[in-house]
Design a binder for this molecule. Structure first.
Ligand code: NI
Length: 187
């Protein structure tokens, strides 16, 4: 499976609404597999198809348990994801994006959501997500509508040139001292 190039701002593809997938065929399955590989290589916790230049509604995510760092990460690949329910409760957290290098920002997101869509086999699935998983889903689904986290961020931080992506997380924790439980995500 090839690792794909990740598109960065100001590419137009990141600002374009992605098309609904009509059929989860081999091309889509291959795209999912390549996106998973690309996300892991980056590394990131989520990736949306427009970030690899494909204007189709596909996202992949990999996340563990907010409460248990030892818990194995779980991989999600969702075609045509749709948020069908959102809690009124919101939470602030620090986000980054593989398509917007060097920036992190504080974004308010619904704490709990329900996502419906299709899995890699084209079967309907429904996922209840809370905390960081819910945040990553909202971030990735925004990508499918051409929305970037910087559109929603209430505060943005430009990281120094000499910081590498692995250091973003540490930096983000420093910039969010008021909320010590937060860490950053790059998706
Ligand atoms: Ni992103």
């Amino acid at each position: 499976m090839p690792v794909l190039d990740i598109v960065t701002v100001p590419a137009k593809v990141l600002r374009t609404k992605a098309d609904t997938v009509k059929k989860v065929d081999d091309r889509i399955k291959q795209l999912i597999d390549n996106m998973v590989e690309t996300m892991r290589e980056a590394p990131g916790v989520g990736l949306a198809a427009p970030q690899v230049g494909e204007l189709v509604r596909v996202v992949v995510l990999e996340w563990g348990d907010d409460e248990d760092e030892e818990a194995p990460k779980k991989l999600y690949a969702i075609v045509n994801p749709q948020i069908v329910k959102k809690s009124n409760e919101t939470v602030l957290g620090i986000e980054g994006c593989l398509s917007i290098p060097k920036f992190v920002g504080e974004v308010e997101r619904a704490e709990t959501i329900t996502v419906k869509g299709l899995n890699r086999n084209g079967q309907p699935i429904k996922i209840n997500a809370t905390g960081w998983l819910a945040r990553i889903f909202q971030h990735e689904i925004d990508h499918l509508d051409g929305i970037l986290f910087t559109d929603r961020a209430t505060a943005l931080t430009l990281l120094q040139d000499n910081e590498n992506p692995e250091e973003i997380e540490a930096q983000a924790i420093v910039t969010s001292k008021s909320q010590p439980t937060d860490s950053s995500i790059d998706s």
